[in-house]
Each structure stands twice: as structure tokens, then as C-alpha cells.
Design a protein around this ligand. Structure first.
Ligand SMILES: [Zn+2]
Length: 630
């Protein structure tokens, strides 16, 4: 068995034949760190929900069955552990690393002689998919010599057991997560039986290729319309492509994306799921589990296809949906994130137009809605950061998603570091600064977003070709101190949504009306982990004025604050002309906005200047606007 005893030799691990190669190769956890505002966001997460999760949730305490107790034995602990490990090693935070190690120690110590891992009281394959992914991440970050033998023993248990105890329920829908870990393990060990296990898993899984072509649930598959399954299922064809090499498998991600947007697309990107796919209404939302799972699926699809448009969407999900779904200090979250929600309060279950209406899905709470998101949300930001950079199959490095970050890896035996110095997406300029142990030639790929107008890239002052919607490839000898400048100017655009209402975009940002949020505590917590309701203390029922389909907007910029995700100090704002749409009011017992009137009949006489801020800087929002033309 290959080992990685020498830490310095452990860089990206490409697919091993007969698996098909992928153009991009993810870097081991810990290779990419956040800088600037993105580091601040991770630190708020560590000081907020993730760092305090074991105190906030009794289910994660020593009694958790994954830690050897008699308590919760299903997905809560495994969800949390995957996010905890990701955050601990992206941040390099000793306290979080110690917490992660105590879980890993317990899980490894409890492995049974037959290879089975986890609580004997619950034999469900699904939470073990999360645990094996967590262990794989833990190995990448620590090269802990216990991990790979334990994963191989568990894979042998699967090989011995899957035929008489096949995948069922959630595990059938989410099998791609386990297959991907089998491939990872095969790449690290060369044990051919792992591919046979992967084949069996593929055979027993939901038929996702079929589903994404029609969005009709294949008979007998498990909850194909459940939006979290859909987000995880989108990874499935990309994962199995590595085994089959079929173009159809590689391309199904984009077909599925297009069909989902077409039938269920919402104004801020992605699609509705409450918890099932639910059409285009601005009163539908996206579950936080779907947001974080979609980010992971996009990363898998980018690895396989190197398609820069998938990374454009990756940023949109992180910088709009993920930023908005969690509160400003990272101590609360919302279960569903809606394009239009000028109010966030509890309701009598069954009042709202959600197939699964828990009564606290819009509440700002450490544990809103069904108790999955509060355990799964932890991987969102750190896994996004981990995948902002990837290795390429020709010994290069690719800046896949942009944001302030620093990547350190080994290229042809030479340690190389590239820092992305930027306030992106709050700024349009990025500086990439190279440090190399010794001069080394390799291709550096920079994603040029599809929305950028006249993008510019220069290396040490010399211009190179940059085309929007592609990767710029700069293949040269790199030495310490080389600086690449990238300008990706964005223009404002208005996008017509399926209901005729409009949304305002600039770069990866979608903008929302700035709303004065009035807070009412539901429960108080000394550490700030309150539950609270929000109502708007300012008018929200505005229609925007368009002239010849153009928005008359002024872009206002200010200096970068410590936390850019707070509306009052948002470093990028828009001022636009608007009038109140008089008849547009709350509905559903005052718990939702009424359906958006795309062309309101009755408008106020007075025209006002209103402010829009990036969607991610508020918990209340109007993102899908009525409009009128003059
Ligand atoms: Zn959830």
C-alpha cells in the first residue's frame, strides 16, 4: 500500500487507471486557506455556530453514539463532523482540531472486527457516507496512519454486505458521496476491489441520469424530488464519469442544471425546494442543506469538466445564498432562504406554501426547521474555500473560484504558494502573488467570469489574453515575487424572472432592497445564540423604474468594513428609482410577502431613491422586484 509519511510529498492525488483522468484535481484539505474578509467569515463561524455546536446541541455531546454513547446514532454527528474537520483545517485552528480528533479517535476505536463503523444500533448506510468522507478529509489534513486501513476495512465490510443488505432510502439517493470516497481510497491504495464496491453502489443507487433528463422521478427511486437529494444527485453523473468515461455522464450536470432552472428556478439562482422541488414562486425557497450540498456537487462537476460556468454558479451560491442563510454573526440560520421574505417569524405549521412547513423555517435560530441544516451547514464556507483552487492534470494550478485566499502545494517536487490578494467579490481587481521554492515552469489557470466586460490580465505588467467565460492559461517559468493582475469589470444587469419580475445582478452578486430589520427575541441566550423574529421597519413593497429596459442605478462604493455582510456598512450599494406598489402586501397570515406583482396596477405618485445591497448582507430581503417603465 502506498503511504504518505512524508508530508511534503503529499500533494493532489490524480485518478489511477482504470479510472479516467479529470482535468482538475482537488487539493488536499488544508492546502487552501482563506485571507481577508473570507478569513473573517470563517473566524465568525468558528466563534459562532461551529465552535459552540457541542454546547448548543446535546445530541453532539459525549453521549452521541458515534462517540461511543447511547444517544443520537444517525446523521447529526456525522454532518457536524464533516463541517468541523473542514473548518478546523482550513482555519488551522487548534481548538477545533482537538475537537475533531476526539471524534475521529472514538470512531476509529469503535470500528468492529468485521470492518463496520459506527453505532451498532443504527445500520443505515447513509450517515456512514458522511463519516467516510470526513475521515478522508481528516487524512488529507493530517496523514493520520490509522485512517486508510480503517477505510479499507470498512470497504471490505461493504463488499461482504451490500448484496444481502443493499442501499435503501437516503443512501440510495446519496450514493455518489460513497462512490466518490471509494475512488479516493482506490487512488490512495490501488486496491482493485474498491472499484467493484463502487460499481455495486452505482448499480443500487437512484437513477439520476434518467431523472435529470426529464425531472420525472424514476419509479422505485427514493425521493428523487427532494431538493437535498437533487443537489447531492447532481454530483452522481460526474462521479461515475470517472469510472465510465462516458461523455453523457460528464455532461449530465449541465443538463440537470438547465432543466432544474427551467422548471423550478428562483430569482437568485438555484431552484426551489421546500423540501421538494416547488416551482418558480418568489414565496418558495432553498433549504440550507441544499445550498451547502450544491456547493460540494459543483466542485465535483468542475473537477470532471473544468467548465468555468459551473464555477461562476459556485460563486453565486456562496456569495448570495450561503451568505444570506446564516446570520451576520454566524449564530443563527434560516432553514429556507426565499428570494422575497420581508418578514421572518414563526408560523402555525401548514400556513406557508411549503410541502414541509415546520413552523420555524424562516425564524433566525441556531436550529431552525428540521434538525439537519443546523448540523450540515458547517461545511459550507470551508469546503467552498477548499475548492477555490485545484491542481490541473498537467502539473498546473487553477484559480477556480475567486476570493481572498492562499494556496500552498507541491508542483513537480517544488513547493509553490500563490496568494490571491483581493476584496472580490466586493472589488473587481485581483492580484495573484507567486512564491516558489525555486523557479519552476507550470501552467497557472485563472477563471475569467462569464459576466466580466473587457477583462484584463497582466503578468509583471505584460498583458496576456483574457476571454470572459474561460480559463486564462499562463504557462511560464514562475519565480518568487511574480505578480499577476486580473481586472474583471462587471456591469449591472437586470434579469427577467419566470414570473416577469426582475432581479438586479452585478458580477456574482444579486442585489436586494435594503430593509431596516426590527429584531424581536423569541429566546435569549447568554452567548448570543438567541432565536429571533425579524420584521421590516421600513417599506419593502417597491417597484423599480426601468427606462428602455435599463435600470437607472448609481453604484456607490465605500471602504471595506470588518464584516462586509452587514447591510448598513455594505461596501457596494446601488441607488435606484422606485415607487411603492400599493397593493403589494403580506399574505399567509402575515408570514410571507404576497406573490410578486410583476407589473403592479397601482403605483404611488411619489418616486423615491431606494438602496439595494448584496443579498448576502441581510436576512430580510426583496430580490425579485416588480417594475414599471417610464
Ligand atoms: Zn437541512
Amino acid at each position: 500500500m502506498d503511504t504518505f509519511a512524508d508530508e511534503k510529498s503529499y500533494g493532489p492525488v490524480p485518478n489511477r487507471a482504470p479510472l479516467h483522468g479529470t482535468p482538475f484535481i482537488p487539493l488536499p484539505l488544508g492546502s487552501v486557506r482563506a485571507e481577508g474578509w473570507l478569513d473573517g467569515q470563517l473566524r465568525r463561524q468558528a466563534a459562532g455556530l461551529t465552535g459552540s455546536a457541542e454546547q448548543l446541541f446535546a445530541e453532539l455531546g459525549p453521549a452521541n453514539a458515534w462517540r461511543g454513547g447511547t444517544g443520537d446514532d444517525w446523521e447529526k454527528g456525522p454532518y457536524y463532523l464533516r463541517g468541523l474537520i473542514s473548518l478546523a483545517f482550513v482555519l488551522d485552528d487548534d481548538k477545533l482540531k482537538r475537537q475533531a480528533k476526539s471524534w475521529v479517535d472514538a470512531i476509529l476505536a469503535l470500528q468492529l472486527a468485521d470492518g463496520q463503523i459506527g453505532p451498532v444500533t443504527n445500520q443505515d448506510w447513509w450517515p456512514r457516507m458522511l463519516i467516510t468522507w470526513s475521515l478522508r478529509d481528516y487524512f488529507e489534513a493530517t496523514q493520520d496512519s490509522r485512517v486508510i486501513p480503517a477505510l479499507v476495512r470498512y470497504a471490505r465490510y461493504m463488499a461482504d454486505t451490500l448484496e444481502r443488505k443493499p442501499l435503501y432510502d437516503w443512501a440510495r439517493a446519496r450514493a455518489a458521496d460513497q462512490i466518490e470516497t471509494m475512488f479516493w481510497l482506490y487512488n490512495h491504495t490501488g486496491e482493485i476491489f474498491l472499484l467493484e464496491v463502487a460499481d455495486r453502489l452505482q448499480h443500487q443507487a437512484n437513477r439520476w441520469n434518467e431523472f435529470f433528463r426529464t425531472l420525472e422521478a424514476p419509479e422505485g427511486d427514493f425521493r428523487s424530488l427532494h431538493a437535498v437529494n437533487v443537489s447531492q444527485g447532481l454530483k452522481f453523473p460526474a462521479v461515475v464519469y470517472q469510472r465510465t468515461g462516458q461523455n453523457e455522464d460528464r455532461d449530465t450536470f449541465n443538463i440537470g442544471w438547465r432543466n432544474l432552472r427551467g422548471a423550478h428556478g428562483l430569482a437568485f439562482g438555484m431552484w426551489s425546494g421546500t423540501e421538494h422541488l416547488a416551482g418558480h414562486s418568489d414565496n418558495q425557497g432553498v433549504e440550507l442543506c441544499s445550498i451547502v450540498e450544491q456547493l460540494l456537487s459543483n466542485a465535483t462537476a468542475i473537477k470532471v469538466s473544468a467548465d468555468p460556468l459551473i464555477a461562476d454558479e459556485q460563486e453565486r451560491i456562496a456569495y448570495n445564498l450561503l451568505a444570506s442563510a446564516v446570520s451576520r454573526e454566524f449564530k443563527q440560520h434560516q432553514y429556507y432562504t426565499l428570494p422575497n421574505s420581508p418578514i421572518a417569524r414563526r408560523n402555525t405549521p401548514g400556513t406557508l406554501p411549503f410541502a414541509d412547513d415546520h413552523g420555524d423555517d424562516l425564524l433566525l435560530s441556531p436550529h431552525a426547521g428540521f434538525h439537519c441544516c443546523c448540523f450540515n451547514l458547517h461545511m459550507g464556507w470551508p469546503k467552498f474555500v477548499q475548492h477555490t483552487w485545484m491542481a490541473t492534470d498537467d502539473n498546473g494550478l487553477a484559480a477556480v473560484a475567486h476570493g481572498p485566499s492562499r494556496v500552498k502545494t507541491i508542483i513537480k517536487g517544488v513547493e509553490v504558494e500563490v496568494e490571491s490578494r483581493t476584496e472580490y467579490p466586493f472589488a473587481d481587481t485581483l492580484l495573484f502573488v507567486v512564491t516558489a521554492e525555486k523557479p519552476i515552469r507550470f501552467p497557472l489557470l485563472l477563471r475569467v467570469p462569464h459576466w466580466s466586460k473587457a477583462p484584463l490580465i497582466s503578468v509583471n505588467g505584460d498583458q496576456v489574453i483574457a476571454t470572459a467565460g474561460s480559463f486564462a492559461r499562463i504557462d511560464r517559468l514562475w519565480t518568487t515575487g511574480d505578480v499577476i493582475t486580473m481586472e474583471v469589470p462587471a456591469e449591472l444587469s437586470t434579469v427577467k424572472n419566470s414570473n416577469g419580475a426582475i432581479s438586479v445582478w452585478r458580477g456574482p452578486f444579486v442585489f436586494s432592497l435594503a430593509i431596516d430589520e426590527q429584531v424581536e427575541l423569541v429566546t435569549r441566550d447568554d452567548g448570543g445564540f438567541h432565536e429571533f423574529e425579524l420584521t421590516s421597519a421600513s417599506a419593502w413593497n417597491y417597484a423599480l423604474r426601468l427606462t428602455k429596459s435599463d435600470l437607472n442605478a448609481s453604484l456607490l462604493r465605500s471602504t471595506m468594513p470588518a464584516n462586509p455582510w452587514i447591510a448598513e456598512s455594505a461596501p457596494m450599494r446601488l441607488q435606484v428609482k422606485a415607487r411603492k406598489a400599493i397593493a403589494w402586501a403580506l399574505s399567509h397570515e402575515g408570514c410571507l410577502a404576497g406573490e410578486t406583482p410583476s407589473h403592479p396596477q397601482t403605483l404611488a405618485e411619489v418616486e423615491e431613491d431606494v438602496t439595494l445591497v448584496p443579498m448576502g448582507s441581510q436576512s430580510l430581503r426583496i430580490t425579485s422586484f416588480p417594475w414599471f417603465a417610464l
